[in-house]
Design a protein around this ligand. Sequence first.
Ligand SMILES: Nc1ncnc2c1ncn2[C@@H]1O[C@H](COP(=O)(O)OP(=O)(O)OP(=O)(O)O)[C@@H](O)[C@H]1O
Ligand SMILES: [Mg+2]
Length: 226
Amino acid sequence: MSLLALDAVRVAYGARIALDGVSLAVEEGERVVILGPSGCGKTTILRVLAGLAAPDQGRVLIGGQLASVDGRLLIEPERRGLGMVFQDLALWPHLSVTGNLELGLRARGLPRAKRKRRIREMLDLVELADFATAHPAELSGGQQQRVALARALVLQPRALLMDEPLSSLDPELNRRLRGEILALQKRLGFTLVYVTHDHGEAAALATRTIRMEHGRIIGQNAPAAG
Ligand SMILES: Nc1ncnc2c1ncn2[C@@H]1O[C@H](COP(=O)(O)OP(=O)(O)OP(=O)(O)O)[C@@H](O)[C@H]1O
Ligand SMILES: [Mg+2]
């Protein structure tokens, strides 16, 4: 059973077709990178997986369970167990790094001691332990990116969806952080669906690359697993 599946998904905005019959299955532990030109439907795939948009036609399955079908959302976004990091990281500016990580854990009803321990472990992993009380505005771009990553991972998602998370960073930082994402994925084993139009990021991260154009998947390839 695939962890994530789209089955003949179509999404249209008025006359504009964002996804035109997309089928895709993602297995547990895979690192799938979706590549394609601007407007081809990459973000829409993530939004449909996350439950932020419902397909007009077709089905979305999460862990084998029907999550969306023909315009209806059967599983709400917060119940899908997916983590998300988008290009605009959407950190809470009024909260510290710890506060940003704590919000989701609190919403899940985790007791305080457990929250604190999970946050400390995660900040160690992304090497932000010294910045636990800092606010996002006091952090560099790369540090902010790592907070967003940590905030998603601290909830132990079944899969992490990332939408061009590194595209606003300079090339050197981009390369360093893609290495960090890869190392974290190998260590924690989460399933990754990663959208980019940067072939270097795709080559570094992917166990499988999906190429899209005009709302369709036009090719796939699986480089040597690593
Ligand atoms: N909320 C919306 N309303 C109307 N059209 C939309 C909306 N969201 C996306 N679209 C259209 O759907 C198509 C796919 O958009 P999507 O955001 O998925 O592209 P993308 O591949 O992520 O592009 P980019 O690389 O620029 O982020 C585009 O033609 C876009 O204009
Ligand atoms: Mg996009």
